[in-house]
Design a protein around this ligand. Structure first.
Ligand SMILES: [Cu+2]
Length: 131
């Protein structure tokens, strides 16, 4: 009985170790992820720090009960867009909406802001630093 318990416990320990190792090793070529929280009136994190030339999925999450956008023409035009739509260089978010854009950013410093009336004045702007 005692031996069985030891055996079961060590099996569990090995299984836990194995699952930890498999989750730590990201599949080759997988994009990193960066969540960008959108609220009234700002973005978090700010600045948004990205690695040049490395694929990244930007997960925009609008936590607000009203619509906002993320306008960054220079940033999106300099990036290679892999998936998702950035239209003319912006991401539109309805109240509570989330959108994901996967891209490869180019080195540089960029600005982003919300184009809705007065929102930039109220604080909705962000720096994007890619290096
Ligand atoms: Cu806004």
């Amino acid at each position: 009985m005692f031996a069985f318990r030891i055996s079961a416990a060590s099996t569990l320990a090995v299984a836990a170790l194995a699952s930890t190792q498999s989750s730590a090793a990201a599949p080759a070529g997988a994009a990193a992820a960066q969540t960008i929280l959108v609220y009234s009136y700002g973005y978090n994190p700010n600045p948004i720090m990205l690695s040049a030339g490395r694929p990244v999925t930007l997960n925009f999450v609008n936590r607000a009960g009203k619509s906002h956008d993320f306008v960054a023409e220079r940033f999106f035009h300099a990036s290679r867009i892999i998936s998702g739509s950035v239209g003319e260089g912006e991401v539109d978010l309805a109240a509570g909406q989330s959108k994901s854009i996967t891209l490869v950013p180019a080195a540089g410093r960029y600005r982003a802001h919300c184009s809705h009336p007065f929102h930039k004045m109220l604080g909705m702007s962000a720096d994007i630093v890619v290096r």
